[in-house]
Each structure stands twice: as structure tokens, then as C-alpha cells.
Design a protein around this ligand. Structure first.
Ligand code: ADP
Length: 638
């Protein structure tokens, strides 16, 4: 431990993971180097938001400087760009925690994402909560001067680093509160030393930041001015506000262009792609609030990485003051990909997260947000099939969680889901449950599905044979979440959903009679199989499901699909062992050989193989794979 007092200048090391991020940032080939400006302005805007919020309880924080703003300037001679805000600022401890030593969970996720796919995509660094480090994309040295709003002028902090593993920390005198970030540009980044360039970047990426972004007056002209011109203005009147600087959602819909909506989304979601859709609404009544909600076109990284913590993207404002990121309080979990803003008029401004979770008014806002999002998705499905396709590919599996999570909207959500099917070509083509119902055969009252680990395993499942033979459509479910979801989706539009591996098949009278006769005739065969398989099976019976394959597994209504049981076991869950039910096709020569085979050992091999191939097709684990291989080889050489 250092024995230096807190005030002494010191040099410290970045934590290993931070250093790794910095290394990546400085060495990656960025297609959009300019993101640094958006990220630093976004941080400055957050700092202004925080100060405005804290000043409600403590107005003295604004002391003599009530107009919050973000200033962007540059110095051609010194080759620096400066982004300054008069927001909340940071004390020494916060500087270290936020931009210094300590790796956040975002740092880790960013590294993981980059390890998986280098291109994917350095531009989205802001989505990981490590946007500050993008400064090192264009700068070989970064200086931060910051003073927390509640600290005296003598407790300013100077942080400086070249991004190579170390930074210095020093206490300095700073007359004003807030944070100033000075970027000392790399030699090859001169293009950013231009008022025109910076101004156009602010317009492109930060137009809808709710605070004024200012640049030196006549900054375009200053570009052309001779060397001796001082481009750093001193007084207030020498700054121009260059962005819209207003809360977009508070404006009338009729005054907002599509471009405005898209631009706002991109700065909100740290995204580069346009959103698929948005929904902007004002609710008036005994509780008034405004919502502006977006469907992104690609999953935010956090979601792709399976992360749920630190969810950002749905911001709660109360009377236009930003209060907190409150996605969890304002939307159900299965809609966590939504981005946007909720601005409530009637919540108390001193509301804490704990209070928020118990707030009745919030329940109403949450229900309203949920409805708006489902409306938005429905409208895509109806009116913009291509965008809906994109949506389903990106978020279809997340939406499925809603079947279990949101009982009240189960039917609405189910209507939006899309599945592969035996009557759609390939895994890419999908059908809705309504499509399925529309082409059901007369008298069919069940929606049939098969679940498996992969699309190929589902499509090749022996249990489908009888359905193919009767031309009955079967939904092919191969997403991890499907089996779980189906546990909650027993019925849709009055039709039962049922697995082809479970229960009775829909046989007409003639077929039923035929099946019963076949079963009767095969009684000795079934008895022989039971004898040969002994403890390995619960039951053996003649199948009505099979036409081509010799055998398959059948499940009771309460059984879990074998591939799913295996996944749960692999995840460490303790499941009761249940013995499989084996169904056989007595027409198949291999099955018939069980009875005709004179050699007892060979008959036993065949019986076991009939069970084992059924287990493999169902995605179950073989209890003894080596024994299976030996059996197979014995028969092959036979
Ligand atoms: P994020 O902003 O997503 O949290 P960053 O890496 O951009 O991630 O910033 C890390 C943290 O540093 C911020 O959360 C904030 O606490 C602090 N910070 C960055 N810039 C400023 C600023 N201009 N004023 C005050 N705090 C800041």
C-alpha cells in the first residue's frame, strides 16, 4: 500500500483488463474513429444529468453556474481537442474507480466480445460502458481535469495517461466544477483539428443530446484564420450552441422528422444502425407520462453476450429530469432489447430504486410500455414483413421468454412467434401458429410439434413419419428455449399444442383398428424385446408413429424431451432417472429379426441397438457408448 497522502501526485497501473481494452482500442483499425466524440459528449451529458438530479435536493451545487452545457473546442497549434462540461465532476476516488484502475463488468464483456469477433464491432464500444477509452483511438495522451460539484476549488483532480498501462493522478486547483477532457491527437489524426469537421460530427452523432453543445463562435471561419488567431475563446458570448439541445420526446410528434427519431435512437443506444421501429406516445389522465420506445435492428451486445446486469437503454425521467436507467422497473425481462425513454409527470423526484419497485403508478406505466412494444411488433408483422423478419431473427428467442413470463399477454406473444415446420422449406422459412391453424386438416384439433437440439435432428425425427404419411404439418422446434416455452404454451386459439413424441396419435377408425391388430399380432415380439432389454426399458410397444424407421422413443405427457433432460443434467440439475418407453415398427426387417434370430447373443445385440438408435435420434445420452459401438461392430462384421 502506498503511504503517500491523497494529495500527492502519483503514478498508478491500470488493472490488467483495462490495459487490455486500451491495447485493443489503440491497435484496432477503426472504420469510424470519430465515435470518440460521441462517447465523450455522451459522458458529459450524463454528468450534466446527474448534476441536475442531485441539485434538486441540493440547489447549492449549481452555485452561480446554473446553465449546464458541453463545450467542444480545439487548438491547432497544440494539436488538442477539448470536451468540457460543467456537470457533476468526479473526486479522486471516483476518477480511479471510473476511468482508472478498476475493471468494470463491461470491460470484461467487451474483451469477450472482441475475442469472439474482432469486427463485431469496435464502433459499439459505448454499449459496454467503456466508451471513455475510445479517446485513445485518436489520442496518444489524454488529460482529464475534473472537480466534483460538492468539492472546493482546491480539490480538483488531474488524471493523465498515454494509454499504455499507467496513468498519473494529481491534486490541482480548479475554479469551476465539472470535467474537461483534453485529447492530444496522434500525429495522423489531424483531420479532427477542424471546426467544420467537429461541428458536422456533433450534428451527426450528438444532435439530440438534451444539453447545449457549444463551439467557439465562427469556428468555421477560425479554420481559415491565420496562425496567430487564438481559437480558444474566453467569454460566454463567444460560444455558439450547435445542436438542438432539447428533449426530443417532449416535442409534438408532428414536429419530429424520422431522421430526428433515428438520430435520437443512435445516441441513446450507442448504435450505428437505424432502429426497426419506434413508438412515441403521451398519456394524459390522473397519471400523465410520455414514452418513446424503439426496436433495435440488432441485439445490443449486452444481450448477445447473455448479460442481464447493468441494463441500460430505458431511461426514466421525471418531469424532464433524468433519474435512472430503469429498464428492469419499466419493462418485463423478455422485452429487454427495447431502448427508449419514459418521462413521468407524477412520480416523486426523490424516488429510489427500491421505492420504484413497489410503486403502483409504475405498474401502470410498465403495462403501458409493454402494450406499446407488442403493438409495435404486431404492426411490423402486419405491414413490414422484411423488418419483422429481421426482428424475429434478432429477438424471436428472447420474445419466447414472454410465454412463461407474461401470462396476461401469452396469446398475443404466441401470435408473434415464428417456427420452422415440415411444410415450410428449410430452417429459414417459418410459419406462425395462425398459418398452421389455417391449413389444418378437417377435424384436426391439435397443433403438433417436435423438439430437438438442432433443426436437422427435428426434421429427421422418426416420430414424424406417421405425420408425413398423413400429410399433417408439424412445427420443428430446435431453439434451446423451445422446450421450456412449450411447458407454458399448452393451448393457442383453442387448439391444444402437443409433441409428436407424446400421447395418442390422431388415427381414424380404420387406422386405429389396423394398429390394434398389428399390436395384437406383435405381442410375442414385444414380449421377446422386453425380455431381451430387461431393466433398460420401462415399456415396449408397437408404434403407430413409424413408417420407415424400426424404432423410436415415446414420452408420456409429463416426460421431458430427452435432449432437454440431457441439457439440464449437463447444467448440473438433478433429474430423476426414468426408464424410456420404446416403440417399434413390426414391419421393419430389423425388428422382425429379433424374433427370427436363433443366436441369443445376436438377438440381444439387435434389441439393444433398436433402443440405442431411438435414444440417439431423440438426443438422449447413451448410458454406455462403448458397449453400443461394440454391438454395432459385432453386427456389421456378423
Ligand atoms: P459509461 O459512461 O458507459 O459508464 P465510460 O467508460 O464512458 O462508461 O465512463 C466511465 C465512467 O466514468 C462513467 O460512468 C462516469 O462515472 C465517469 N465519467 C466519464 N466521463 C465523465 C464526465 N465527463 N463527468 C463525470 N464523470 C464521468
Amino acid at each position: 500500500m502506498s503511504t503517500q497522502p491523497d494529495t500527492a501526485p502519483e503514478t498508478r497501473q491500470f488493472e490488467a483488463e483495462v490495459a487490455q481494452v486500451l491495447h485493443l482500442v489503440t491497435h484496432s483499425l477503426y472504420s469510424h474513429k470519430e465515435i470518440f466524440l460521441r462517447e465523450l459528449i455522451s459522458n458529459a451529458s450524463d454528468a450534466c444529468d446527474k448534476l441536475r438530479f442531485e441539485s434538486l435536493a441540493n440547489p447549492s451545487l449549481l452555485a452561480g453556474d446554473g446553465e449546464l452545457h458541453i463545450d467542444v473546442s480545439w487548438d491547432e497549434k497544440a494539436r488538442t481537442i477539448t470536451i468540457a462540461d460543467n456537470g457533476i465532476g468526479m473526486n479522486r476516488h471516483e476518477v480511479v474507480a471510473n476511468i482508472g484502475t478498476i475493471a468494470s463488468s463491461g470491460t470484461r464483456r467487451y474483451l469477450e466480445a472482441m475475442a469472439q469477433d474482432k469486427k463485431a464491432d469496435t464502433r459499439l464500444i459505448g454499449q459496454f460502458g467503456v466508451g471513455f477509452y475510445s479517446a485513445f483511438v485518436v489520442a496518444d495522451r489524454v488529460t482529464v481535469l475534473t472537480r466534483r460539484a460538492d468539492a472546493p476549488a482546491s480539490e480538483g483532480v488531474k488524471w493523465e495517461s498515454d494509454g499504455k498501462g499507467e496513468y498519473t493522478l494529481e491534486q490541482v486547483e480548479l475554479p469551476g466544477r465539472g470535467t474537461t477532457v483534453v485529447l492530444h491527437l496522434k500525429p495522423e489524426e489531424d483531420e479532427f483539428l477542424s471546426g467544420w469537421k467537429l461541428r458536422s460530427l456533433v450534428h451527426r452523432y450528438s444532435e439530440h443530446v438534451a444539453f447545449p453543445i457549444r463551439m467557439p463562435k465562427d469556428s468555421d471561419a477560425a479554420d481559415a484564420a491565420d496562425e496567430s488567431t487564438d481559437t480558444q475563446p474566453a467569454g460566454q458570448d463567444e460560444w455558439d450552441t450547435i445542436n438542438a439541445a432539447s428533449a426530443l420526446w417532449t416535442q409534438a410528434k408532428s414536429e419530429i422528422s424520422d431522421e430526428d427519431y433515428q438520430g435520437f435512437y443512435k445516441s441513446l443506444g450507442h448504435d450505428f444502425a437505424d432502429p426497426l421501429a419506434w413508438s412515441h406516445n403521451r398519456v394524459e389522465g390522473n397519471q400523465s407520462f410520455t414514452t418513446l420506445l424503439y426496436l433495435p435492428a440488432q441485439p445490443p451486445f449486452e444481450l448477445m453476450m447473455g448479460g442481464r446486469d447493468e441494463r441500460k437503454g430505458l431511461k426514466l425521467y421525471i418531469k424532464r429530469v433524468f433519474v435512472m436507467d430503469a429498464a428492469e422497473e419499466l419493462l418485463p425481462n423478455y422485452l429487454r432489447f427495447v431502448r427508449g425513454v419514459v418521462d413521468a409527470d407524477d412520480l416523486p423526484l426523490n424516488v429510489s430504486r427500491e421505492l420504484l419497485q413497489q410503486n403502483r403508478q409504475l405498474e401502470k406505466i410498465k403495462a403501458s410500455c409493454t402494450k406499446r412494444v407488442l403493438d409495435m411488433i404486431e404492426s411490423l408483422a402486419k405491414n413490414e414483413p422484411e423488418k419483422f423478419d429481421t426482428f424475429i431473427k434478432a429477438f424471436g428467442n428472447t420474445l419466447k421468454e414472454g410465454i412463461g413470463e407474461d401470462t396476461g399477454n401469452r396469446e398475443r406473444i404466441a401470435r408473434l412467434l415464428r417456427f420452422a415446420s415440415t411444410k415450410a422449406e428449410g430452417a429459414a422459412k417459418t410459419v406462425s401458429l395462425d398459418d398452421y391453424i389455417a391449413r389444418m386438416a378437417e377435424g384436426q384439433d391439435t397443433i403438433w410439434y417436435v423438439t430437438a437440439e438442432t433443426h436437422a435432428a427435428a426434421a429427421g425425427s422418426p416420430q414424424l413419419e406417421a405425420f408425413r404419411a398423413r400429410d399433417i404439418e408439424v412445427l420443428l422446434m430446435s431453439d434451446r428455449i423451445d422446450e421450456w416455452m412449450l411447458g407454458y404454451l399448452h393451448e393457442y386459439d383453442g387448439k391444444k399444442l402437443q409433441s409428436v413424441a407424446k400421447g395418442e396419435l390422431p388415427l381414424d377408425e380404420a387406422a386405429k383398428q389396423q394398429h390394434e391388430e398389428a399390436a395384437k399380432a406383435a405381442e410375442p415380439l414385444v414380449a421377446r424385446l422386453k425380455e431381451l432389454l430387461g431393466e433398460r426399458v420401462g415399456e415396449v410397444r408397437v408404434s403407430a408413429r413409424l413408417t420407415d424407421s424400426p424404432s423410436c422413443l415415446a414420452l408420456s405427457d409429463y416426460d421431458m424431451a430427452p435432449h432437454f433432460a440431457r441439457l439440464l443434467r449437463e447444467a448440473g440439475q438433478d433429474l430423476p432417472d426414468s426408464k424410456p418407453t420404446l416403440e417399434v415398427n413390426p414391419q421393419h426387417p430389423l425388428v422382425q429379426r429379433v424374433q427370427t434370430e436363433a443366436d441369443e447373443a445376436t438377438a440381444k445385440d439387435i434389441a439393444n441397438l433398436l433402443l440405442e438408435q431411438a435414444e440417439i435420434a431423440a438426443g438422449a445420452t447413451l448410458p454406455d457408448p462403448a458397449a453400443f459401438v461394440q454391438r454395432m461392430n459385432r453386427l456389421l462384421l456378423g
